[in-house]
Design a protein around this ligand. Structure first.
Ligand code: ADP
Ligand code: ASP
Ligand code: MG
Length: 454
């Protein structure tokens, strides 16, 4: 069985729904699962709606609803989906308006309501796609993901309870597949033990699809998006980006973690556990082969891609020697753990540690506690560039070439040790664009490796 996930731009209107139906046409008799994101930028509008309600800007909140209504109504009209589709739309819009009215009478919007709002995008797209497929004669059925994907109650970034979810999906899919071929679910959404709606983090539909693939022992997970596959650099950043034909799980995981938005970082975990290959493809150019992520014995050992992460903060912590070396490091990490701030890169010596964080929300608290036993400096407006590829650490001369290219750039921090497939540097955000261009030109632009890059 195959699980196919279609992202926001792949379901952003009637033309896209038709493209999608064409892709599925030749598989329509096979048993499969489709996971969809919300249409286009719907989730951003729902985020904006929540923010407007938090600030009591009810007029702006109503404008957000209007945009969502118009986009979905256009889809329904253009595909002639009829009464049932319209009533599904109005049911979800009334939920938004009910929440808006409760805020109007002076109640604050709760975290649980915010997630109920965010879920509207995926609930609509999955429901409407199922109706469209039924209309054109595919044996498709809608499955409300909240019935099967269970999570904790960390609203907006809930942790999926994998054992229960695997069991639920397997069970429901088995039942639904007796009379249907294609099961259509929304990504990104789940529910907690009290059956309240939760969401699993922005971009999380890829993760939902990987969970579904694991649950049913899929032979393949396809991620359909708006680019030709995984590229040597974000194609929105550079028109020189080249498609990578094949990546290992480790390479893909590292790329996703260090900023390549094309895959949610959690996607690889459930796939790797069952050795399920992941194929990243372009919905609008299905003839292009895409990028295959799987383990292979003879994966070429070389740099495959660059990713970047802007707007990060570097924290240097220097021990004032009140604690021994061992106590110093464990104390530092304990503080980051207590404030739930994840550290992305680390460089250490016996008495000092430099680390990067991407979420500075709890920075003042962190600093307060760190300063009790150390001298701390903070540098913001920094960026991480990661160069990813199997064997980057062992390939002789690669690191010196890499640093040679960046010899005019002020490098704040380097991390080569931690991962077999990643060399990362931290630089000033102002140098990001130049550095990426220099590196991309050197390692990818004119490289002739037909088995690795298109
Ligand atoms: P979807 O809505 O389909 O999930 P996303 O916007 O989340 O799509 O991810 C696709 C985007 O990821 C592309 O449009 C591209 O700009 C961005 N991206 C970043 N890095 C890369 C990369 N190395 N290869 C391909 N796309 C990348
Ligand atoms: N719609 C959600 C988002 O925009 C989830 C996703 O697209 O994967 O973040
Ligand atoms: Mg995405």
């Amino acid at each position: 069985m195959t699980v196919r996930k279609f992202g926001g731009s792949s379901v952003n209107g009637s033309i896209q729904f038709k493209c999608l139906a064409k892709i599925i046409e030749s598989f329509k008799e096979d048993k499969s699962i489709i996971v969809v994101s919300a249409m286009g930028k719907t989730t951003n509008k729902l985020v904006s709606f929540n923010e407007n309600l938090s600030h009591n800007d009810l007029i702006f909140a109503e404008q957000d609803i209007k945009v969502i209504e118009e986009n979905h109504l256009n889809l329904i009209t253009e595909l002639d989906l009829g009464k049932e589709a319209k009533s599904i739309l109005s049911k979800h819009l009334s939920l938004l308006r009910t929440i808006k009215d409760s805020v109007a009478i002076n109640l604050d919007i709760t975290e649980s309501q915010k997630d109920a709002v965010l879920a509207v995008g995926e609930l609509l797209s999955s429901n409407l796609l199922a109706l469209y497929f039924q209309k054109i004669g595919y044996k498709a059925v809608f499955l409300d993901s909240r019935y099967v994907v269970k999570s904790n109650s960390d609203f907006s970034n809930a942790e999926v309870d994998l054992p229960i979810t695997f069991h639920n999906i397997k069970d429901s899919v088995q039942k639904l597949h007796t009379d249907n071929n294609i099961i259509i679910m929304g990504g990104f959404i789940a529910s907690d033990s009290k059956n309240r709606t939760t969401t699993i983090g922005r971009g999380g539909s890829d993760y939902t699809a990987a969970i579904a693939a694991n649950a049913i022992d899929a032979k393949l997970l396809e991620i359909w998006t708006d680019v030709d596959g995984i590229m040597t650099i974000d194609p929105k950043f550079s028109s020189d980006a080249r498609r990578i034909l094949h990546l290992s799980y480790d390479e893909a995981a590292e790329l996703a973690y260090f900023g390549a938005k094309v895959l949610h970082p959690k996607t690889i975990g459930p796939a790797i556990k069952k050795n399920i290959p992941i194929l990243v493809k372009n919905t609008f150019k299905p003839e292009i082969q895409g990028t295959l992520i799987a383990n292979s014995e003879n994966n070429p050992k070389m740099l495959k891609a660059l990713s970047y992460w802007d707007n990060i903060t570097v924290i240097n912590v220097k021990s004032n020697r009140m604690l021994g070396a061992y106590g110093f490091l464990s104390k530092v990490f304990e503080i980051f753990k207590n404030y739930q701030t994840s550290v992305d890169l680390i460089a250490t010596s016996e008495v000092s540690i430099s680390l990067t964080i991407d979420n500075p929300k709890n920075l003042p608290h962190l600093l307060n506690e760190l300063q009790e036993f150390s001298n701390v400096t903070v540098t913001s407006n920094q960026a991480i560039i990661s160069a990813i590829g199997d064997g980057v650490k062992q390939t002789s001369g690669l690191a010196s070439r890499y640093f040679g290219i960046l010899d005019k750039i002020n490098i704040q921090m380097v991390s080569i040790g931690a991962s077999e497939v990643n060399i990362s540097v931290v630089i000033n955000s102002a140098d990001l664009e130049t550095s990426l261009k220099l590196l991309h030109n050197e390692f990818f632009k004119n490289v002739n490796e037909p088995d690795v890059f298109e």
